[in-house]
Design a binder for this molecule. Structure first.
Ligand SMILES: [Zn+2]
Ligand SMILES: [Zn+2]
Length: 271
């Protein structure tokens, strides 16, 4: 049984389900079988199992994140700048890294995130310029309209006025959420135009270079750095990108590796 088919066993409406993966021989696994298998996977690969269940929304991410913190603590020596922090600060920093690594891992093509431009409000405060007319010497007299060479506009003074206005958020167009799906629509693959031409129009696909086949956009490290700077103001840009970023990336990979070992543990016990 594949880990991807696990969530449906959490649906209360399905006491007995046929797992569609051919690797299991197409046999029917009862919920009891699955629960027993889960117990074994939980014991063998707890981190990956918790990560996966949180990612699909079956359980809250607390357990997964705290498991990730433990894992990150174990390998914190890989980043000298984190390792050199005093113990308490190090814990806070690693906690932040683990939460962001989890957030990055759990993004998928189907997921949406709160719009970061308007903080999920749909509108932003923007400065707009409006032209306002003033009449410093009073309104033009009635005769100005009919006297040759004298125009009512001589009494007008136009000024560009800067005003604060509530405008529709340009990033989410007022929808309050942004999709994490990449421009490849989460497929991870795009048409290779050059190869397709060479093949006389038979579509050839290649890995999407924007998301490297992941299908969704990554959380940017600048977001992580900003959060870190709140508790670690001395963290300079250069060190953040050259030393902390690789460590953060390592923790993101830990998530995927852990999920994949939970997956193989599950396949093993349900064989
Ligand atoms: Zn927005
Ligand atoms: Zn893509």
């Amino acid at each position: 049984m594949n880990i991807e088919s696990l969530p449906k066993y959490y649906s209360p409406k399905s006491p007995k389900l046929n797992d569609s993966t051919p690797a299991t021989g197409g046999d029917v696994l009862t919920t009891t079988d699955v629960m027993a298998a889960q117990g074994m996977v939980q014991a063998e690969a707890p981190l990956g199992f918790n990560l996966f269940l949180s990612k699909v929304g079956v359980q809250s991410p607390d357990k997964a994140v705290s498991g990730l913190v433990d894992e990150a603590m174990k390998i914190s020596s890989q980043c000298r700048h984190i390792e050199d922090l005093e113990e308490e600060k190090k814990c806070v920093v690693i906690g932040i890294i683990a939460r962001y690594a989890y957030a990055d891992y759990s993004r998928s093509a189907a997921s949406v995130r709160e719009c970061d431009c308007c903080n999920g409000e749909g509108f932003i405060d923007a400065e707009v310029f409006t032209n306002k007319v003033q009449f410093p010497d009073g309104k033009p007299p009635a005769w100005a309209k009919c006297t040759k060479g004298v125009l009512p506009s001589y009494w007008e003074e136009w000024r560009s006025v800067r005003e604060k206005a509530r405008v529709l958020c340009p990033a989410c167009k007022g929808k309050k959420i942004l999709s994490n799906a990449c421009r490849c629509h989460g497929r991870g693959r795009v048409v290779d135009e050059a190869m397709t031409r060479e093949m006389r129009g038979v579509p050839v696909f290649k890995e999407c270079d924007k998301c490297s086949g992941r299908g969704y956009s990554r959380l940017t490290f600048s977001t992580v750095k900003e959060a870190l700077n709140a508790v670690w103001p001395e963290l300079k840009r250069k060190i953040a990108y050259e030393s902390v970023r690789p460590f953060y990336e390592r923790i993101v990979s830990v998530c995927f590796e852990a999920e994949s070992s939970a997956g193989s543990a599950l396949r093993k016990v349900t064989r």
